[in-house]
Write a protein that binds this ligand. Structure first.
Ligand code: 13P
Length: 251
């Protein structure tokens, strides 16, 4: 059975003490009986190590927002998969639309990052999604299929055990506008089908596909209720314990 996941992407928010305070609030409130649901938070890189320590022994996994494609070398300011692994980080978000749009990360570069993460035994939450312009031109299925094909279709069947996909329509990120539950379901179903076609139904059935883009306590339940939506990647609403907990409890 595929895992349900609720992950908070904190982006460039929270100082050291704020990060620890939020983890402490969450861990006190999250019941240990989450059965098939994983809860993750992604602090900024400078706060990863103390966050891993703060979450130690709880059901919260601390994950990274990004990593470099090389293991080490002259890459000023960058962080590698082996470094993440060495501080107990076992999952990374790759391909977020902000990384693609603001930092020019291409599908080809992301394929290299995917390989580097897997080589370091790091699980990946791989983000895909179309801009509003692309959706208006009715090209969103083609766009998302291309993103997946170019960055993930070189992987072996076994690699897929360490892949989670997050569908994050760019027009819904931080805008307060969310995809309707039907729009999310339609894309998630499409993603599962193309993976089934390229690989096997076992792989596509076991793949967790998260929705991200203005998920809030008041809309999480109906989005998560859709058959092919296996949880969420939450931005703004993951910064407040009360809201994030409400979203976790909606699943
Ligand atoms: P918001 O929930 O703030 O729209 O952000 C979504 C997101 O980008 C998560 O990665």
């Amino acid at each position: 059975m595929r895992k349900k996941i609720v992950a908070g992407n904190w982006k460039m928010n929270k100082t050291h003490s704020e990060s620890i305070a939020l983890i402490n609030e969450l861990k006190d409130a999250i019941s240990s009986d989450l059965s098939n649901t994983e809860v993750m938070v992604a602090p900024t890189s400078v706060n990863l190590f103390p966050s891993v320590s703060a979450a130690d022994g709880t059901s919260i996994e601390v994950i990274a927002q990004n990593m470099h494609e090389a293991d080490n070398g002259a890459f000023t300011g960058e962080i590698s998969g082996s470094m993440l692994k060495s501080i107990g980080v076992n999952t990374v978000i790759l391909g977020h639309s902000e990384r693609r749009a603001i930092y020019g990360e291409t599908d080809e570069l992301l394929a290299q990052k995917v390989d580097a993460a897997l080589n370091n035994h790091i699980r990946i939450i791989f983000c895909v999604g179309e801009t509003l312009e692309v959706r208006k031109q009715d090209q969103h299925f083609i766009e998302v299929a291309n993103q997946i094909r170019k960055s993930l279709f070189h992987l072996s069947a076994a690699d897929w055990e360490n892949i989670v996909i997050a569908y994050e329509p760019v027009w819904a990120i931080g805008t307060g506008e969310t995809a309707s539950p039907d729009q999310a379901q339609e894309m998630h179903d499409f993603i599962r089908k193309i993976i089934n076609k390229k690989y096997t139904s076992e792989i596509s059935d076991n793949l967790s596909i998260l929705y991200g883009g203005s998920v809030k306590p008041n809309n999480a339940k109906e989005i998560f209720a859709k058959e092919d939506v296996d949880g969420g990647l939450i931005g703004g609403a993951s910064l407040k314990a009360e809201d994030f907990l409400a979203i976790i409890n909606s699943i």
